[in-house]
Design a protein around this ligand. Structure first.
Ligand SMILES: [Zn+2]
Length: 158
């Protein structure tokens, strides 16, 4: 799925669950679960060559920009508040942002393979699992509908 969908899910779960020992494994599992659902994302078409690497990279930058906007719209804060909470070690108030980050980890570790042809041995099993569980469609309407429903639900219950 789009970074937008994964990160919003991660932010939501972390905000609700609060305990990182609980939310980090659940958020990582949510990433693979969401990728299992038929979807469209910026990597769609990369493996069969219908989308160019440069194009996917540009779309990913846009996706990540929108992701930051959405996560901070769902859980508003200021750079000053974040800094204060980091220095005070108040990790619970930072949960949505930590959750959003962990929700993207499976894609971050695949990025070197997708964009720079670098797939080191220690990432290979994880990337193979990610790829195996992934269901995508070039049909944007079909592939974006489940993500729009998901985002609407997350926004509503945040
Ligand atoms: Zn993924």
């Amino acid at each position: 799925m789009l970074s937008l969908s994964h990160a919003a899910t991660g932010a939501f779960l972390a905000a609700k669950l609060q305990n990182p020992l609980l939310y980090i494994p659940i958020i990582l599992a949510s990433h693979y679960l969401e990728d299992y659902i038929l979807h469209w994302d910026v990597g769609t078409g990369l493996s069969n060559g219908t989308r160019k690497r440069e194009h996917a990279f540009m779309l990913e930058v846009i996706d990540l920009g929108l992701t930051a906007v959405l996560v901070f719209a769902m859980y508003p804060t200021t750079p000053w508040t974040i800094t204060q909470h980091v220095f005070a070690g108040q990790w619970t108030s930072l949960a949505p942002y930590i959750g959003a980050f962990f929700a993207l980890v499976p894609d971050f570790i695949e990025a070197p393979r997708n964009f720079f042809h670098w797939n080191p041995w220690f990432l290979k099993p994880l990337n193979a699992f990610h790829h195996a569980i992934h269901h995508s469609t070039p049909n944007m309407l079909l592939g974006l509908t489940p993500q729009l429903i998901l985002l609407a639900g997350l926004w509503f219950f945040r």
